[in-house]
Design a binder for this molecule. Sequence first.
Ligand SMILES: Nc1nc2c(c(=O)[nH]1)N[C@H]1C(S)=C(S)[C@@H](COP(=O)(O)OP(=O)(O)OC[C@H]3O[C@@H](n4cnc5c(=O)[nH]c(N)nc54)[C@H](O)[C@@H]3O)O[C@H]1N2
Ligand SMILES: Nc1nc2c(c(=O)[nH]1)N[C@H]1C(S)=C(S)[C@@H](COP(=O)(O)OP(=O)(O)OC[C@H]3O[C@@H](n4cnc5c(=O)[nH]c(N)nc54)[C@H](O)[C@@H]3O)O[C@H]1N2
Ligand SMILES: [Mo]
Length: 759
Amino acid sequence: MSSSGIPHSSHWGAFHATPDGEGLRVTPHPDDPAPSSLLQNVPVAATPTARVLRPHVRRGWWEDGPGPDERRGRDEFLAVGWDELLDRVAADYARVLAEHGPRAVYAGSYGWASAGRFHHSQSQLHRFSNVLGGAVRSTWTYSHGVGEVLMPRIVGSQEPLISPTAWSSVEAHTDLVIAFGGLPAKNSEVASGGISRHEVAGRLRSAKARGAEFVLVSPLRDDLATELDADWLDVVPGTDTALLLAMCHVLLTDGTCDADFLTTHTAGSQEFLHSLRGGDDGIEKTPEWAAEICGIPAGRIRDLARRAVRGRTMVMVSWSVARARFGEQPLWAAVAFAAMIGQIGLPGGGFGHGYASTGGVGKRAGSYPLPTFPQFADPLRVRIPVARISDALLHPGEPYEVDGRHENYPHLRIVHWAGGNPFHHHQDLQRLQRAFRAAETVIVHDPFWTSTARHADVVFAATTTLERDDIGAARYDDRLIAMGRVHAPLGEARDDHAVLADLAGRLGVGDRFTEGRTAQEWVEHLYEEWRSGPASRAGILAPTYAEFVAAGEFALPAEPGEKVMFASFRADPETFPLRTPSGRIELHSSTIAGFGYDDCPGHPVWLAPEEEPDGEFPLRLVANNPATRLHSQLDHGATSQAGKVAGREPVRMHARDAAARGLHDGQVVVLRSRRGSCLGGLVVSDAVREGVVQMSTGSWFDPVAGAAAGVTCGYGNVNVLTRDVGSSRLAQACTGQHATVQVSAFDGVPPRVTIFDQP
Ligand SMILES: Nc1nc2c(c(=O)[nH]1)N[C@H]1C(S)=C(S)[C@@H](COP(=O)(O)OP(=O)(O)OC[C@H]3O[C@@H](n4cnc5c(=O)[nH]c(N)nc54)[C@H](O)[C@@H]3O)O[C@H]1N2
Ligand SMILES: Nc1nc2c(c(=O)[nH]1)N[C@H]1C(S)=C(S)[C@@H](COP(=O)(O)OP(=O)(O)OC[C@H]3O[C@@H](n4cnc5c(=O)[nH]c(N)nc54)[C@H](O)[C@@H]3O)O[C@H]1N2
Ligand SMILES: [Mo]
């Protein structure tokens, strides 16, 4: 690296940090062609604002002991010493394990945490649980939980959402990109584990320069860069399935679908095509039928389907489109449409799920090994679908269904979270409050006084990455970064590893947890073990740890070839079948049909959202991921704060919807749904479809004391509005992207935002 400062990394980019007087100067990696503005949120992490500076405990838990408690989330916190707090937590762990076993501990701890291969909080917590005999964990993600379950069933793997056809192939070969949910530049700024070069915008630009055309299917016009000159189909949120089925219907009635490909490479096409003709419900899935539902005129639907068979077409579906009730359907319908075009497995053709949902998707195939912190095996192996956390806490022992299985929720007594913020990420936060109050002990490690920390009994003050050495690396990135400690820990903050090591020690498994290494020794060990083992076997000639640290980084070799998903299957489906029961792409799945789910039948169908706009809640909310931060992280940072409107999370609305309510740009408004309400700052914009409002996630949940202002959250956490229900019984995935709401003026003095104050 050429620029000065200490090398470091984050999920939103590699950078250099230089202590600068009282503050911190952050400069992007010199080779990053499009550094993220999120980097300017980083300096605030080095200040005491909103930091947990000492370990804390909730008074009620400390004085009255563990147990379900209505005071959780509103009680007072006491600052206590590390040792006395660790003693009490160890005693409670010992109690619960002795009385109820590991099935009573939830250590799923979902969340993005921070970059760094050793100090990764979930990995640390999972290793801790595993040496203790296991704990209940979560499975799948909020990001693409639908795809994780559906794709293996219909195409045999998660490849379409993890590593679809490479961007380089799209750049070189695609004539038409149809982007459902768009390719928002904001999302590609981020990639889990780190990203040293941001390439998506450049790839799109050169595809355009070669002559590629773009169609944006989204309720928001700015989900695709203006310079790409896309045709915008401003679909009604949650209705892409109807649009896609009608596009399939056009290929069928035009006779332009690739019948050979359907025969040789798919299973169940007869059932699917029959359903397009109205075989299931007597309704032909014509463009006229779809237009009524999705708000796109029939003529435009027909045109789009016809354009798609004219050249090489890539059907891209963002992860968000499936993060909704019945989210399995648009994804499956998009696979069906791509199969009917018949270009799956050709360069630049077919489909992919999540291009630009992060900067890593389609960037590299991820073929090289990375230094990895061993977690041991989980002896318990009890998992709940990640977004069913409130259900599990509120309904212990009760049955639920997922992916063809009948399960029962475990009775969770300890909830242990490190590196995630459920009081930002989960749906229906007031329900989550009730769920957390049902637990006996809630333990949270976080550097910041997040809303989750404020709903805990025990708050362990964690360090930030700036306070420790680590190895920055990610599967889809091309560099290892020697992350250096930039400053000493603030207050009494400690690394998650150190805290868990002390807890493990008190529970008699300290040596097994640490293997006798300090954190620094672990970092060096992980690197050296990788260098001499997997790296060397993969032909990577990596420098020694000392050389790596001196250089500040190490560039991985370029990957050979250009990945085209399912190319060998296309070329020879007999020799290279997909890992589905038929070996083919399943347009109808007998397995899924066999589950008998009316919320996810055996082939893609249109299922109307249960919560339709009505007189009381007439607007459709799009609750997407934020442009100015990663989720809730560093919401008090400069970039995030610069994006606020009237000191709240911005809410965008079309001018006609604003006028109909007498609202004006810049004013504080209230959003209400059947679940709760929050304030926001209004932005009037013609980039939003009429009847839709958009508010991003990630503003910290700031419950208004005594509900004085008549609202649930005074700052703008959109998840007080969303509905806590699974996508379907198939994936049971997060559906937070959509809700129906009403927006009105907020009269009176908005409450002061208190969420960044020390509690
Ligand atoms: N309505 C709606 N809700 C959504 C979504 C949506 O589209 N709509 N999207 C969902 C998606 S895709 C996701 S992935 C989730 C994301 O939800 P989360 O991943 O939970 O969100 P983050 O804000 O990244 O939370 C990470 C937490 O880890 C903490 N942290 C960082 N580094 C460390 C560390 O070293 N140690 C410890 N102990 N803590 C650390 C941070 O301070 C922060 O509190 O949100 C979901 N929620
Ligand atoms: N800057 C930044 N980048 C991020 C993140 C972040 O917090 N900040 N989070 C990261 C994470 S964890 C994830 S999982 C990904 C998320 O990646 P995505 O899930 O792809 O991102 P979202 O921003 O939630 O949604 C993208 C767009 O989908 C559109 N959309 C919503 N509903 C519909 C619909 O029904 N139909 C159609 N056609 N379009 C719809 C919305 O207009 C929205 O802007 O982003 C990652 N990147
Ligand atoms: Mo995500």
